[in-house]
Design a protein around this ligand. Structure first.
Ligand SMILES: [Zn+2]
Length: 378
């Protein structure tokens, strides 16, 4: 779902709300209702507004929608790209291809969409506007970054072979607590309150020790894993972009996110920056950090200096200058990485996805060891 797109006429990245203000010729005023977009603009929008990622035309404006009874936001306003034949107009490798169903989903699970413009989204938009006013970057830089990432993503491809069951197996391994180690001996079970379930878990750790290293710093949040299973099912046997090409850039952006969140003097999100690696960073912040790194040729300290200038610049005069919210170059990075990780783990052996069943089997084995030992050591 493309929440922002590129207007050739205005030469900038805009969201539906900004487009409505621009076409109405009025200045955005806080708390004022966003103007409707007159249908006379439809053809103009179809040829002017382009997908920020793959550059396709055919944009239709889809307004946000709320549930009639609860007033809860069920659809975020966005652009849908439709070809002359009525089908999806995006390039098949475009991140928005096949995603234009308009349903309010947030696979990254991190941006609070409860309010259409959450506080963190507004904050980042203001910083982007500052950056453009301060000439730290401009719309062409944002376009260039977009293009650079699109080419990086499409340059290497892999075939999806992993099954949802194998992804579930990887998730069970990830959730298994493996830091404490303990070696079972039947004599231990002479203890009156011996914890057989704990012994089975320790034994599981010993049997899969080599795999836990691969899973270090992997997210634990269930939405990422569910999304990985959906992607594996949807793209089974298809060629997709190779997520590992993005990894060094994602890791750098994540590191910058953590540094910025700890040192900016502003609260970007309720999530503790130390847990961004596991829970995921706020997506608008991640997108802006990627931009700061891109204009700094991926040098961390240059990017930090750029970010410091953004934070200390005066309040921007024009809040419609820029938007990077739709410019997150790491769209679905995490679930795709889980797909790839699960493929690697499955290649080393698939233990089945019934984790409680496996623990029960191990426990039965240990109890049998104890029984045999007891026969010899009455
Ligand atoms: Zn596209």
């Amino acid at each position: 779902m493309a929440t922002t797109a590129y207007s050739q006429h205005y030469a900038r990245e805009i969201d539906v709300e900004q487009l409505a203000w621009l076409l109405s010729g009025r200045q955005p005023i806080a708390a004022e209702q966003v103007p409707e977009i007159d249908s006379k603009w439809s053809e103009w929008i179809r040829s002017d507004v382009r997908c920020s990622s793959c550059g396709s035309t055919g944009a239709l404006v889809v307004r946000s929608a709320r549930a009639r009874t609860t007033q809860k936001l069920i659809r975020q306003s966005h652009f849908r790209f439709v070809g002359q034949d009525g089908n999806d107009a995006h390039h098949p490798f475009c991140e928005f291809y096949g995603e234009d169903d308009g349903v309010l989903t947030q696979p990254d699970g991190l941006v609070n969409l409860g309010s259409e413009k959450s506080a963190e989204t507004r904050l980042i938009r203001e910083l982007v506007c500052k950056g453009i006013e301060q000439k730290l970057f401009d719309q062409s830089t944002i376009r260039a970054m977009r293009q650079w990432f699109f080419e990086l993503k499409t340059s290497s491809r892999v075939r999806v072979t992993v099954t949802p069951e194998q992804i579930e197996w990887t998730r069970c391994l990830r959730r298994h607590s493996h830091y404490q180690r303990w070696t079972f001996h039947p004599a231990q079970a002479e203890m009156p309150g011996f914890d057989w379930a704990a012994a089975a878990k320790y034994q599981f750790t010993e049997e899969h020790l080599a795999l836990f290293e691969l899973l270090r710093e992997t997210p634990v949040e269930p939405p990422h894993w569910r999304r990985a299973q959906e992607l594996a099912t949807k793209h089974k046997d298809q060629e997709v972009f190779d997520v590992s090409a993005l990894r060094p850039h994602y890791d750098a952006a994540l590191t910058l996110c953590g540094f910025v969140a700890r040192n900016a003097g502003i609260k970007f999100s309720p999530i503790n920056p130390d847990s961004y690696r596991w829970k995921g960073p706020p997506i608008p912040l991640l997108a802006l950090c990627a931009l700061a790194l891109f204009v700094s040729r991926w040098d961390m300290n240059t990017a930090i200096a750029t970010f410091a200038k953004l934070l200390t610049a005066p309040t921007p005069a024009d809040l419609s200058l820029g938007n990077v919210i739709g410019l997150n170059p790491f769209h679905e990075y995490t679930p795709w990485r889980l797909v790839q990780l699960s493929t690697d783990i499955a290649a080393r052996g698939f233990g089945g996805h019934d984790y409680p069943g496996q623990l029960a089997t191990i426990e039965a084995k240990l109890r049998e060891q104890y029984r045999l030992w007891k026969l010899q050591n009455p």
